[in-house]
Design a protein around this ligand. Structure first.
Ligand code: CAA
Length: 258
């Protein structure tokens, strides 16, 4: 397995796990960490033995945002020509489902990284926010867009314009997170969720992720048409036969990912 310095990478069965690991900087997302997360995630995405990914941080911080000290001296031509933070978009293009397991601070780029994932589990200690305004900038990895789609305009505006953090309860009420779990069970719950997803038919899981994401990119009519085509396409898989036969025979399905 490739050696990384700012992340830990592990695999358990069909689940690939990426742990952000810059504890002294509360997992601030510097260029090295971004490059490593994207590389590790793409490796897992290409690996047929992996069905789902988990991205997590530490007890204190999922990630406290983009690395402020790294970017403070940059000027427009530097960041523009370098497409600063652009590589994070590659995470949104992963085909396999990704579970974010968030404890502690998920601020700025940390909140945006969590929102780039597909299932967002929050520990009861999680705190979400887009405090970029306090630094004289705005979010740069999709925060103003994904937070608004997740929680609606009023709350997104308030959080982005004031930099206020919201706790896990508020984030769940607002629809940002799928579930809150006690902090000491966060990783176990994230793994159980990821293992459940990874045990499904891989083609069906990829189709499902693509289809749900379409809801954010297109009209309802186009989205329904897209879903219907993928639904029909699923009948070309051995897993459709296995899944439906297993149901009829009252036994668990044993998918071959074919
Ligand atoms: N970048 C660089 N270093 C950071 C950091 C960040 N985003 N967040 C924390 N750190 C560093 C601190 O500088 C500190 O380092 P030193 O010990 O060397 O001084 C260390 O991590 C621990 O942090 P604190 O001492 O501040 O810890 P705390 O518990 O008192 O406070 C906190 C925690 C409220 C999260 C506070 O660290 C904080 O406000 N961090 C910045 C949050 C922020 O503004 N994030 C947005 C960044 S911009 C962005 O993300 C743009 C985008 O859209 C991509």
């Amino acid at each position: 397995m490739t050696e990384y310095e700012t992340i830990l990478v592990d695999r358990k069965g069909r689940v690939g796990i990426i742990t952000l690991n810059r504890p002294k900087a509360l997992n601030a997302l510097n260029t090295q960490l971004m490059t490593e997360v994207v590389a590790a995630a793409k490796d897992f995405d290409r690996d047929p033995e992996i069905g789902c990914l988990v991205i997590t941080g530490s007890e204190k911080a999922f990630a406290a945002g983009a690395d402020i000290k790294e970017m403070q001296d940059n000027r427009f031509p530097d960041v523009y020509l370098d497409d600063w933070l652009g590589p994070w978009d590659e995470l949104g293009r992963l085909r396999k489902p990704v579970v974010a397991a968030v404890a502690g601070y998920a601020l700025g780029g940390g909140c945006e990284l969590a929102m780039l994932c597909d299932i967002l589990l929050a520990a009861d200690t999680a705190k979400f926010g887009q405090p970029e305004i306090k630094l004289g900038v705005i979010p740069g990895i999709g925060g103003s867009q994904r937070l608004t789609r997740a929680v609606g305009k009023a709350k997104a505006m308030e959080l982005c314009l004031t930099g206020r953090m919201m706790d896990a309860e508020e984030a769940e009420r607002a629809g940002l997170v799928s579930r809150i779990v006690p902090a000491d069970q966060l990783l176990a719950e994230a793994m159980a969720t990821a293992e459940t997803v990874a045990a499904m038919s891989a083609p069906a899981a990829v189709m499902m992720k693509e289809s749900v994401n379409r809801a954010f990119e297109t009209t309802l009519a186009e989205g329904v048409r897209f879903e219907r085509r993928l639904f029909h396409a699923a009948f070309a898989t051995a897993d459709q036969k296995e899944g439906m036969t297993a149901f009829a025979e009252k036994r668990p399905a044993n998918f071959s990912n074919k």
